[in-house]
Design a protein around this ligand. Structure first.
Ligand code: GN1
Ligand code: MG
Length: 366
């Protein structure tokens, strides 16, 4: 459904952050598939206002509390000159909370960093290096943050075996009509046993970290002055996870020639030069702290993230589109086929990817 601005509700929410709706100019912001996000401009302040999707985030206060914990940690790092990006904060309500509740819905507001823009794709290798360095800096700055202090926002969020169980359940419960239209993709996913097992194997060997879990290129703010990344945004799914997830999500959104919901699959190509730039800068961003197994896992992440997302999109299609926002009936099916195609292209280029990822020096690159 196309998102519209619910003025009646906003007239109740905004005063709790100190503004009457009459003094605000409100517009839609971003391309998120889950929350509803608005940009609010008043005479003296611009900020982001967001309604949390409670079907997805069934404990919304865990989302806002995690975000506060992470921004405080990054703020400290930044003050000590150990984090060069700008931490993004949630604003306080009149009651000094990090949320307001109106008609059983949870809203939060976030500081707006001025003179910034987001991108949906990258255009050159310098930009790719800057993107990878920013995401690596973010995760590296959280390497001394105890992941046990963060609530598990969505249980087993990037656990492939759990996603497959949900997928098999959706197949059981789906209508024949939906299942027939998804059949080739369903069968292909079901044929990927060897890959699925290899993910279970490598996962057992990896250390848990605090990861972002949504490192899409459009979750970085770029400065209009320097054209460099200035902040990592969208901390909704920041929790304990594995590095290969963040790396894979970044690669899948930076290196494919078409958007994740395009059906123009014949024109989907992968930019390997970008993957090389991303890999070098990502590894370098950890200042030599990546173990050999974590570096090896990056290769798995490249294939895993489009594969897992295609399963999630297809599951939602078979369930009748209850999770991701859609704008037409087969939107989730198109997304699933797109991500599956990307996975296949990565599989076809396994040798090249191996060379790129495993030949990257583990120590910092000057
Ligand atoms: C969702 O809403 P957004 O765009 O931040 C999803 C991610 C997917 C992404 C695909 C909580 O993120 O996991 O990778 O869509 N977030 C959640 O575009 O499921
Ligand atoms: Mg997100």
């Amino acid at each position: 459904m196309t998102q519209s601005i619910p003025n009646k509700i906003l007239a109740l929410v905004l005063p709790q952050f100190g503004y009457a709706i009459e003094s605000c100019h409100i517009s839609l912001l971003g391309n998120g598939l889950i929350n509803n996000t608005y940009l609010v401009k008043t005479a003296d302040k611009t900020f982001v206002l967001q309604r949390l999707n409670q079907q997805v985030f069934n404990a919304p206060l865990q989302v806002t509390n995690n975000a506060d914990l992470i921004s405080s940690h990054l703020k400290l790092k930044s003050e000590n000159k150990n984090y060069a990006l700008t931490p993004v904060y949630q604003l306080r309500s009149n009651d000094d909370n990090n949320y307001v509740k109106v008609q059983e819905q949870y809203w939060r507001s976030l500081d707006y960093i001025p003179h910034c823009y987001t991108v949906e794709s990258i255009t050159n290798v310098e930009q790719a290096s800057a993107v990878a360095n920013a995401f690596a800096q973010f995760t590296n700055a959280l390497s001394d943050f105890n992941s046990e202090n963060l609530a598990e926002i969505i249980a087993q969020f990037h656990d492939l075996s759990m996603r497959i169980k949900q997928f098999e359940q959706a197949i059981e419960q789906s209508s024949d009509k939906l299942l027939i239209s998804a059949q080739t993709s369903v069968e292909f996913i079901q044929s990927q046993d060897i890959f699925i097992k290899s993910i279970a194997e490598i996962t057992k060997k990896l250390p848990l970290r605090v990861t972002h879990n949504d490192t899409k290129i459009n979750n970085l703010l770029f400065s209009k002055e320097t054209n460099k990344p200035i902040a990592v945004i969208d901390l909704d799914t920041c929790m304990a996870g594995y590095l290969m997830h963040d790396f894979g999500d970044m690669v899948r959104t930076c290196c494919a020639s078409i958007a994740e919901d395009s059906d123009d699959l014949d024109n989907m190509t992968i930019d390997f030069e970008m993957i090389m730039a991303l890999t070098n800068a990502y590894v370098a961003g950890f200042n030599g702290s990546l173990s050999t197994i974590e570096q090896k896992s990056l290769l798995f992440g490249i294939k895993l993230m489009p594969f897992m997302l295609s399963i999630r999109f297809l599951t939602d299609f078979l369930n009748g589109d209850i999770y991701f926002k859609t704008t037409y009936a087969t939107h989730n099916l198109v997304r699933a086929k797109n991500q599956l195609h990307l996975y296949k292209l990565f599989c076809q280029q396994e040798a090249l990817l191996t060379e790129i990822v495993l030949s990257t020096p583990v120590s910092p690159v000057s």
